[in-house]
Unconditional design. Sequence first.
Length: 304
Amino acid sequence: MKKAAAKRAVKKAAVQKAPVKKTVVAPKKATAAVKGAPAAKTVAPAKGESHTALVRRARRINRELAEVYPYAHPELDFENPFQLIVATVLSAQTTDLRVNQTTPALFAKYPTPEDLAAANPEEVEEILRPTGFFRAKTKSVTGLSKGIVEQFGGEVPGRLEDLVKLPGVGRKTAFVVLGNAFGRPGITVDTHFQRLVRRWQWTAESDPDKIEAAVGALFPKSDWTDLSHHVIWHGRRICHARKPACGACPIAPLCPAYGEGETDPEKAKKLLKYEKGGFPGQRLNPPQSYLDAGGKPAPPLGAG
Ligand code: SF4
């Protein structure tokens, strides 16, 4: 009897001392803390999720995000493919907002590839100074313009294989241009896209080209461009790098990384950016759909 009692006591002590693993559980219903966000039903991403289940979850996330950001669009101001390709090259190492505040002066002075190819580099540098790395960027955009003039008769080409022949144009820039200036499907694997698809466990790849292929395989091609906007918009507004606003995230029930950021709804709401937080966006000339949804244009350079 004594032995049995001692055994029970040891067992009890072991249970009491066992470390309690803190598990963060996503809310059963979407917090809908974001105004207009749809309420998602709970779908817990399972460990060892099958490919079919992953495809379903990934597409569901995209559908939910389409309802949260029905007005999602490229956040660089542009009026033609030339302006978009130049703005995309300038957006390296800086924000779209800073590019948008800089390009009006650039395109007013050099409206065509011929103009920019023949420009005085010092004058271009002065205009591009606010974007940072302005000397290197001047070389890039004048070299790119020369390439467009010499290789393609002054017209930005509308095919991937041609675009990547232009100096300084990789697949990411090419897809931005194809998707947004030519209406051809493209996935844009920028820093937000890389971070979010990893958080959502859509792929374990870290190389942008491999991420592009892995994510592309989860969606029909016709979804690629809008998918890129939805993911990037979510990364900029809610699922930030350092402090994701999980407590205000409409896709929390679908996200394996829920709890990586602030889960308190009120505190999370304060982390929201751009139109979700009631602030101006990145474009000086956003589309009407954005303005209709309560979005505000960004201020010009020097105004804020
Ligand atoms: S990490 Fe948080 S903010 Fe990002 S998608 Fe998941 S739940 Fe939403």
